[in-house]
Design a binder for this molecule. Structure first.
Ligand code: TYM
Length: 345
């Protein structure tokens, strides 16, 4: 349980997080983010708001038909993983225009230097920054708007989003300071669990990612049981047996990654897993991991496929979620406009 909930914050305990519909969901998205989203929904101490961030996705080129499909599939993924649209607000970013409206104001609060320091910008823009979209550069300001348009207090994410969340705090602090208000909350990142950074199955120094050209590097949430088992069997490892303590995983990135994945899937800890599995060779451990992965993931992919047979129902859920999201966002945007000196209707 995150400690800030018990403090006397004037803000309603509210969780916001988002996932880009830029290709399929990976095991990294599931263990690093979505599984935590479900836990926080089920804990019941927060109002939970989850978003498909299609406006973030188009900061790099997306084929329109694929984007639409990926957005619906992501929505199906949220539901199949355990997000209940009756208990969480589940919606698509572009259907709630308040995100982009607040982002413009934050574009005027955030500084160029802040954006230039973002490692994700540097990684994604690469050597050819002049040719990257302006949206990719301003991406973190939109992300701050996603969170702060709901006055969200907690944001569960994987490790790779930490720097963006620090920038979100900086935006809130600077806005509050510049306008002499205490209006936006200083959001707490929630980066917890055994798998906050799931690595590639082919290279333990690289993050598991939907954009990796090698499909063998990742487990997709749509992979069937045979594919999952095959990818785990082929995952890169080292020749040593598993250690009995976490310290023994230092300098063994691939081994550590598979143990982290096992621990996260089993809702256990690395220490507990190693206490049980220490001494086993990978030839023994991989089939055990495969069996657990198939047991946990196959029902999700089956349910996703079932939900995808009724896209109209998915669109209805997204429409309903957008209406609920706007009910929260509209008064916060109006108050922001008042603070800034804009005449709001
Ligand atoms: P995105 O779409 O890249 O990833 C969605 C979530 O999955 C986590 N994640 C991982 N966690 C562990 N190991 C991995 N290999 C891995 N890969 C991805 C990410 O950390 C993330 O939590 N900028 C965000 C989307 C976003 C957002 C927001 C998030 C937009 N607005 C507001 C939170 C709040 C992104 O690109 O995530």
């Amino acid at each position: 349980m995150t400690e800030a909930v018990q403090t006397s914050s004037p803000f309603t305990p509210r969780v916001f997080s988002g996932i880009q519909p830029s290709g399929g969901l990976t095991l990294g998205n599931y263990l690093g983010a979505m599984k935590r989203f479900v836990d926080m929904q089920d804990e019941g101490s927060f109002q939970t708001v989850y978003c498909m961030v299609d406006q973030h996705a188009i900061t790099v080129w997306q084929d329109p038909e694929k984007l639409r499909h990926a957005t619906r599939e992501l929505c199906a993924g949220f539901i199949a993983a355990g997000i209940d649209p009756d208990r969480s607000i589940l919606f698509n970013q572009s259907q709630v225009p308040e995100h982009a409206q607040l982002a413009w104001i934050f574009n005027c609060v955030a500084r160029m230097g802040w954006m230039q320091r973002m490692t994700q910008w540097k990684d994604k823009a690469g050597k050819n920054q002049q040719n990257a979209s302006l949206g990719l550069f301003a991406y973190p300001a939109l992300m701050a708007a996603d969170i702060l348009i709901y006055h969200a207090t907690h944001v569960p994410v994987g490790e790779d989003q930490k720097q963006h969340l620090e920038l979100t705090r900086d935006v809130a602090i600077k806005f509050n300071h510049d306008y002499g208000v205490d209006f936006f909350p200083i959001t707490e990142p929630v980066i917890e669990g055994a798998a906050t950074r799931v690595m590639s199955l082919r290279d333990g120094s690289k993050k598991m990612s939907k954009s990796d050209p090698s499909d063998a590097s990742r487990i997709n949430m749509t992979d069937d049981a045979d594919t999952i088992a095959k990818k785990i069997r082929k995952a890169k490892t080292d020749p040593d047996a598993l250690p009995s303590e976490a310290k023994g995983l230092e300098d063994r990135p691939e081994a550590r990654n598979l143990v982290n994945i096992y621990a996260a899937l089993a809702d256990s800890s690395v220490d507990a897993v190693l206490a049980e599995m220490g001494g086993k060779q990978f030839s023994e451990f991989k089939p055990i991991l495969s069996e657990l992965a198939v047991e946990k993931l196959a029902p999700i992919s089956t349910e996703m496929a079932r939900l995808m047979q009724d896209p109209a129902e998915i669109d209805r859920i997204l429409g309903h979620g957008a209406t609920q999201a706007r009910e929260l966002a509209t008064p916060i945007l109006k108050k922001t406009y008042d603070i800034v000196g804009m005449i709001s209707s």
